[in-house]
Design a binder for this molecule. Structure first.
Ligand code: FAD
Length: 390
């Protein structure tokens, strides 16, 4: 039986463990997931905004999210363990992209691309926007794009736990330990070294170490262009309700969405300040200096908000082209990568988990071809640019 050791037990590692353990008749695997922190205090999967959209600019991301939403809608059956039925609280109010006059061409280009891939999306003029969402100010908005189905949010931590519980019920083993190195014999890895001095023998190793994936790759002598980029999220209450509020991406780049009876919002710092591996301290200053003013400009009811909490987590940013990196690297025959999701990894974990499991099991993709996300594009310097990175 092939021994698979997955480094990182977040949503990605757990989805891979689930899909690999699904079909023991085909080939049973001996699966160990090495996760250094079972409380997931710094894991992106537990600190995420946990939303899913279909409005991407590349076909591969659209296809991955399409599978993601189908999987999530039926997850209570797929991931149920006996009487325990997981509930990730999926809701689908859509994403609303707002474009300034300068952003209209890109919005239209993305729209054409999305329509060509059967995405359920509509363009709205400012008048149509106001009619649909009377609480929004259309100041500075030239055009908007609204997802009509397949977009919304859920609880990311519950999703991770649902994959994990189901994988364990199918025989995967989770070990709380810090992976510290790889044992190698020529082009193959033979084991994963742990901080407690043990080595886990392995026929296959998977790098699912999230924002820390470049360190794991480095042990195999491979440069992985993935860096931890801090993202702060703020929660706030507002006396007014905003009927039908979708996830809004403002012209300022700030995003917001309802979270229960409150709201959450976030932003991407300007490139010059978006440094690698910053400590996970919340950027409170940003909230007062520009997030709140921008929120209140877009939604006048937000003049009266009160911040109720905040946290920071890492985007595991692929600094080469902001898209996932999946599969083998030519320098090593049995180290699989599932990294660099750059802010859209939670919605892609079903597709990535299934795809990497197929690569391990069959040596190639069987359902959705994720070859566009292989290392080849990096080695050939052909970036697959996703314009819609939030
Ligand atoms: C603020 C924020 C908002 C986001 N919003 C969205 C969103 O709306 N939609 C979306 O799809 N995605 C979103 N994302 C991105 C998404 O959360 C991530 O892409 C996804 O969770 C990555 O999952 P992962 O399993 O690769 O990483 P993680 O969840 O970080 O898991 C990696 C695990 O590896 C473990 N690990 C690392 N190194 C080692 C080691 N050496 N030994 C043992 N264990 C190790 C870590 O402890 C960690 O638990 C957001 C992320 C953030 C931070």
């Amino acid at each position: 039986m092939r021994r698979v050791v997955i480094i990182g037990g977040g949503a990605i590692g757990s989805a891979i463990a689930y899909f690999l353990s699904c079909d023991p008749e085909q080939e049973p695997f001996d699966i160990t997931v090495v996760e250094r922190d079972f409380s997931y205090r710094q894991a992106s999967s537990a600190l995420s905004a946990s939303s899913i959209r279909q409005q991407f600019s590349t076909a591969i991301n659209i296809e991955m999210s399409r599978y993601g939403i189908h999987f999530m809608r039926a997850l209570d059956q797929a991931l149920r363990v006996g009487d325990e039925v997981p509930d990730i609280g999926l809701v689908e109010p859509g994403y609303l992209y707002l474009a300034s006059p300068a952003g209209v061409d890109v919005l239209r280009e993305n729209h054409a691309m999305q329509k060509a891939h059967a995405v359920d999306v509509a363009l709205l003029t400012p008048t149509e926007l106001k009619a649909r969402f009377p609480w929004i100010s259309t100041e500075g908005v030239a055009l908007a794009s609204l997802g009509l189905s397949g977009e919304g949010w859920y609880d990311g931590y519950s999703l991770l736990q649902a994959f994990r519980r189901k994988a364990v019920s199918q025989g995967a083993r989770y070990v709380q330990a810090h992976a510290t190195g790889l044992r190698r014999d020529g082009r193959r890895l033979t084991g994963v070294q742990l901080g407690n001095g043990e080595t886990l023998d392995a026929d296959v190793v998977v790098n699912a170490a999230g924002a820390w994936a470049a360190t794991v790759a480095g042990w195999a002598g491979i440069e992985l262009p993935v860096r931890g980029r801090r993202r702060s999220v703020f929660s706030f209450s507002c006396p007014d309700a905003l009927p039908g509020c979708p996830l809004v991406i403002d012209t300022s780049g700030i995003w917001l969405r309802p979270e229960g009876r409150q709201f959450i919002c976030g932003f991407a710092p300007p490139a010059a300040q978006d440094l690698d591996d910053q400590p996970l301290d919340v950027e409170y200053e940003a909230f007062d200096s520009f997030i709140w003013p921008a929120l209140a400009e877009r939604v006048p009811a937000f003049e009266a908000i009160r911040m109720t909490g905040a946290w920071a987590g890492y985007y595991e940013m692929n600094v080469f082209d902001h898209n996932a990196i999946l599969g083998l690297h030519p320098a090593c025959d049995n180290l699989y990568f599932a990294n660099g999701f750059s802010g859209h990894g939670l919605q892609q974990c079903p597709a990535a988990g299934r795809g990497v499991a197929e690569l391990i099991r069959f040596g190639g993709y069987r359902s959705l071809d994720l070859g566009a996300l292989s290392f080849a594009r990096i080695l050939q310097n052909r970036p697959l640019l996703e314009k819609n990175v939030i």
